[in-house]
Design a protein around this ligand. Structure first.
Ligand code: B12
Ligand code: SF4
Length: 524
C-alpha cells in the first residue's frame, strides 16, 4: 500500500478529479488523504499536518488561478518534508513546461490521471522507479523525463464512483450542501479559441476517442448512491456540454424521471439542441442550464472566438427554451481584444434580448497556449505578456468602462430599459461604487439552484474570503508591455482581499522564490 495526500484550497473548488483518483486508488489498495488550505493559518501547521499524514506523495489538482497559492505551498512542503509533490489538472495540460520552471514539483500529470497515478503508486509500493510511467513528466537526477500518453480510456464505467466521502466526511458543510455536482463526460469536440478543451483534444490526437461518456446506468446509480447518503436538492451535471449525443440525453432524461423525485440542471450547448431534446429534458425534470454566448457581436464570436453559432441560431433556440420553461443562464466575456464600449454594450443588448434567467460576466483571460492568445499575438491585439496570460490590447481605450459590466450586465439583464443609458452609466467615474451589485449574481444562483437561504448564508460566511475576493482571486498576473515595462494587473482582474497571501508568506521565509533556470526535458 502507498499513500497520497491531496492538498486543495477551499471547499468551493470541490474536485471531482481528486474524487475519481481517490476511489480508483482505494479500490486498488492504496490510501488517500485530503486537506484544504482554508484549514490552516500558518505554513508550520500545514507542514505538521503533512508530516503526521506521512504520505508517499503530496498531490495538487491545479487550475491556472490556483497556481499563485499552490506554488509556494508545494515548494515549502517539498523542501520541509522531502516528500515528492505531484501536480495534475487543467493547468498542467496547458503549461507543463512553465511548471517545470516553478521548481516546486517532482511529477506533473497530463491528460487523465487514473492509470498514471495508479501505476505510480503501485511502483512506489514495491520501491520501483516510476519515471517512465505514461502521462507523467517526472524529475530525475538526469533532468525531466516526459513520457508518452496512455490512449484515452474508452470505458469510463471501469472507474468506481467518485469518492465523495474523502471531502464530505471531513467537511459536513459540503456533505449537506443542497447542490451536488456530477460529470458524465470527458472532453469536448468543439474548438472555441479561448478554451482549454482543444488542448486536451490535441494531446490525445490519434490515440483514440477523446469525447467519452459514462453509461446511463452508471450515472443513475451514482446519483442514487449520493441521494441515499447526502441531503440533496439539486443534481447538477457540470459536463462542459451535457446535451451532446441526443439519444443518450433523451433516454437518460426519461429514466431519471422514473427513478428520482428531484430536479436537475446542466451546462448546455446551442448548436445541437432542438425542440425534441429540450422537451425530453424538461419532461425528465431538467429545470435549466447555462451556456456561453461569450460575445453578442456575431462576427467576433464566430471569427475570433471560433464559436460557430449565429445570432439567428441563439434566437431560435432560446425561443424554444423559454417556450418549454427551461431556465437558462448565459455567460458573456468582456475586454476581448479590440472590443469597444459599443461592442460590449451590444453583447449585453443582444444577450438581454434573449431573455435569460441571468447573465454571468467574466473579464477575458487569454491563457497562454490557447488559439485566442496566438491570434491576438499574430494580429497585434496583445499588449503585454504575463506569466499565465496575454493582456488584450485596449485599442479603443474603453476597458476601464467595459469592466463596469461586472456589475452592470446583471442590472441590464434585470432592467433592460437601463440599456438606453448604458454608455453614460458605464463611462462615469463613480460607476465603480455600484460594483457590489455584482453580488446579485449570487442571489440569482441561489434561486436557480434552489439553495435554501439559510444554507447560502452559511456557505457564504464559511467561504467569505473567496467570495469577497472574487472567484478570480489568485489570478493576479503582472504584465510586461511592448517596451518591457512591468504593470500590475490589478485593474484587469479582481483584487483579492482578506485571504492569506501564500506567496508573500513564502517569500518572507525563502527568498529563492524567483524562477530558476529551466531544466532540460527529455522525451521518452
Ligand atoms: C467542475 C469545474 C469547476 C468546479 C470545480 C473545480 C474542480 N476543482 O474540479 C468549479 C465551479 C469550482 C470551477 C471553478 C473554476 N473553473 Co472550472 N471547471 C470545471 C470543469 C467543467 C470540470 C472539472 C472536472 O470535474 N473534470 C472531470 C475530472 C475527472 O477531470 P480533471 O479535473 O481534469 O481531473 C483528471 C486529471 O486532470 C487528473 N488530475 C486532476 N488532479 C490531479 C492531481 C494529481 C496530483 C494528479 C497526478 C492528477 C490529477 O486526473 C483526473 C482524473 O482523470 C472543467 C472543464 C473540464 N472538462 O475539465 C472546468 C475547468 C477546470 N475550469 C476552469 C476555470 C477557468 C475555472 C474558473 C477560473 C472559472 C472562473 N472564472 O471562475 C474557476 C476557478 C476558480 C478558482 N479561483 O479556483 C478551466 C481551467 C483552465 C485552466 N487554465 O486551468 C476549465 C478547464 C474549463 C475550461 N474549459 O477552460 N470549475
Ligand atoms: S464548447 Fe465550451 S468546453 Fe467546448 S471548446 Fe467551446 S468553450 Fe470549451
Amino acid at each position: 500500500m502507498a499513500k497520497i495526500l491531496f492538498v486543495s484550497d477551499n471547499f468551493l473548488n470541490e474536485g471531482l478529479g481528486i474524487m475519481y483518483l481517490s476511489s480508483y486508488l482505494k479500490e486498488n489498495g492504496h490510501e488517500v488523504d485530503l486537506t484544504l488550505l482554508q484549514d490552516f493559518k500558518r505554513f508550520d501547521s500545514l507542514i505538521d499536518y503533512v508530516k503526521e499524514s506521512a504520505p508517499d506523495i503530496v498531490g495538487f489538482s491545479v487550475m491556472t488561478p490556483q497556481v499563485e497559492q499552490f506554488r509556494p505551498v508545494s515548494k515549502m512542503i517539498r523542501e520541509q518534508t522531502g516528500i515528492p509533490v505531484a501536480w495534475g489538472g487543467a493547468h498542467c495540460m496547458f503549461m507543463h513546461e512553465e511548471i517545470i520552471n516553478y521548481d516546486c514539483t517532482d511529477i506533473i500529470c497530463i491528460g487523465d490521471g487514473e492509470e498514471a497515478v495508479l501505476e505510480m503508486m503501485n511502483r512506489i509500493e514495491v520501491g520501483e522507479d516510476y519515471s517512465d510511467v505514461k502521462n507523467l513528466i517526472v524529475k530525475t537526477d538526469e533532468g525531466w523525463v516526459k513520457n508518452s500518453m496512455y490512449p484515452p480510456e474508452d470505458n469510463l464505467d471501469k472507474y468506481p464512483f467518485p469518492d465523495r466521502a474523502l471531502y464530505y466526511d471531513k467537511y459536513p458543510l459540503m456533505a449537506n450542501f443542497a447542490v451536488k455536482r456530477f460529470i458524465t463526460t470527458r472532453g469536448c469536440p468543439y474548438k472555441c479559441s479561448y478554451c482549454f478543451e482543444p488542448t486536451y483534444f490535441d494531446m490525445y490526437k490519434g490515440k483514440g476517442k477523446v469525447f467519452r461518456r459514462h453509461s446511463i446506468e452508471y450515472v443513475l446509480e451514482e446519483v442514487e448512491r449520493v441521494l441515499e447518503k447526502y441531503p440533496t436538492r439539486r443534481v447538477h451535471f457540470c459536463d462542459d456540454i451535457f446535451n451532446l449525443d441526443k439519444h443518450w440525453v433523451k433516454e437518460f432524461s426519461g429514466r431519471y424521471k422514473k427513478k428520482f423525485d428531484l430536479d436537475w440542471s446542466c451546462n448546455i450547448e446551442i448548436t445541437s439542441l432542438d425542440e425534441d431534446i429540450i422537451k425530453a429534458m424538461v419532461d425528465g425534470r431538467c429545470r435549466g442550464g447555462t451556456f456561453g454566448l461569450e460575445c453578442g457581436v456575431e462576427e467576433t464570436r464566430i471569427n475570433m472566438l471560433n464559436k460557430k453559432i449565429t445570432n439567428a441560431r441563439y434566437v431560435e433556440v432560446t425561443d424554444m427554451l423559454r417556450k418549454h420553461k427551461f431556465n437558462f443562464i448565459m455567460n458573456i466575456m468582456f475586454c476581448l481584444p479590440n472590443e469597444s464600449l459599443e461592442g460590449a454594450i451590444e453583447s449585453v443588448r443582444f444577450g438581454t434580448s434573449l431573455k435569460p434567467y441571468g447573465i454571468r460576466v467574466s473579464i477575458l483571460k487569454m491563457y497562454k497556449g490557447t488559439e485566442l492568445a496566438n491570434y491576438a499575438i499574430r494580429n497585434g491585439l496583445s499588449e503585454g505578456v504575463g506569466e499565465f496570460t496575454y493582456k488584450a490590447k485596449d485599442i479603443h481605450g474603453d476597458f476601464d468602462k467595459i469592466e463596469n459590466m461586472n456589475w452592470a450586465a446583471t442590472m441590464f439583464g434585470r432592467f433592460p430599459f437601463c440599456l438606453r443609458f448604458a454608455k453614460a452609466l458605464l463611462s462615469k467615474r463613480w460607476a465603480r461604487v455600484l460594483s457590489p451589485l455584482q453580488y446579485l449574481n449570487h442571489w440569482e444562483d441561489i434561486q436557480f439552484f434552489d439553495i435554501p437561504l439559510w444554507q447560502s448564508l452559511q456557505y457564504f460566511w464559511s467561504s467569505r474570503d473567496v467570495f469577497i475576493g472574487g472567484m478570480a482571486k489568485g489570478q493576479e498576473d503582472t504584465y510586461r508591455d511592448e517596451d518591457g515595462v512591468v504593470h500590475s494587473a490589478k485593474d484587469v482582474f479582481a483584487k483579492p482581499t482578506g485571504v492569506i497571501d501564500w506567496n508573500a508568506e513564502w517569500k518572507k521565509g525563502d527568498t529563492s522564490a524567483k524562477q530558476e533556470n529551466k531544466d532540460q526535458i527529455s522525451i521518452n
